[in-house]
Design a protein around this ligand. Sequence first.
Ligand SMILES: [Zn+2]
Length: 343
Amino acid sequence: MSEETARYQRYQRQIIFRELGEKGQQRLLSARVAVVGVGATGSIIANWLARAGIGYLRLIDRDFVEWHNLHRQALYTEEDVRAGLPKAIAAANALRQINSDITIEPVVADVNPENALDLLGDVDLIMDGSDNFFTRYLLNDVSLKAHIPWIYTGAIAAYGSSATFIPHEGPCYRCIFAEVPPPGAGETCDTVGVLGPAVGVMASYSAGEALKLLAHMGQRNPGLVYFDLLSNTWELFRAEKRPTCPACGLGRYEFLEAEQGTWTTSLCGRNAVQIVVTGRPQLNLERLARRLQGVQDLQLTPYLLRFRADGYEISVFPDARAIIKGTNDPDVAKSLYARFVGM
Ligand SMILES: [Zn+2]
């Protein structure tokens, strides 16, 4: 069977969907999409986009696969947990088994003000698969500055929401979510839990919006779609552009232009803190592994170095980033980092 025939067969059922057609399929195959975060929503979004034949997918994630991900993060297996694989790598492995016809680039990194334009500036669409406000405000700034549409997806407990943002056309994320919530103010998977199918509904909806946008079909979501599985509620909140919006109204990209330095983030769904060191450092994990003393369960992979010390689990990445499990206290995490990795 020729490659052309195989390609046609793979996408045949969506090509005969009249609104998509051959033309729409060609648009999907030539599209470049970044998925920021391949956790619960991101892995479902990436799954649909890879299967539909998005020609280039960049999967960006800062985390590794854990047992408590498996009930909802549909791309991962027990073997990924045992191997300590970063989600970006495990997701790329899984999706390449599903579609070898497209290009998939995994990136193990935290999207932050320092690298956001490099990681996202060359795609046609940004899909939010993240779990925190900071990243979403940052994506919003990138979208406006680099003129790239993005689709927001949020899901927690048994409800979720989705919104499509076309830069400088209609409202932006900050027009809708004007106030930046203080740390710890929002609900997280950590505090209220989350049901897999509710995530699946919302993430699938957003993936559908992405296909519509990229293949030029159907009507765009004009506001914020909200879904609650328990009460069987679907709602559409229409939103307006705010002239006083700092981002799209006044052109202030406060999240993209945030101060550089070392910072910490508490991670959703776990008792853990991430430490990010800016300035693009490179860490030799092998050398660090040889230097470590008095630590247990040392595990060195091409992607990370992990060990236990004083009851904490510390994972260090080649970009000097670390995830410290066993605490939500940034100061405790920083002092562990200083002790074992060095600041
Ligand atoms: Zn705005």
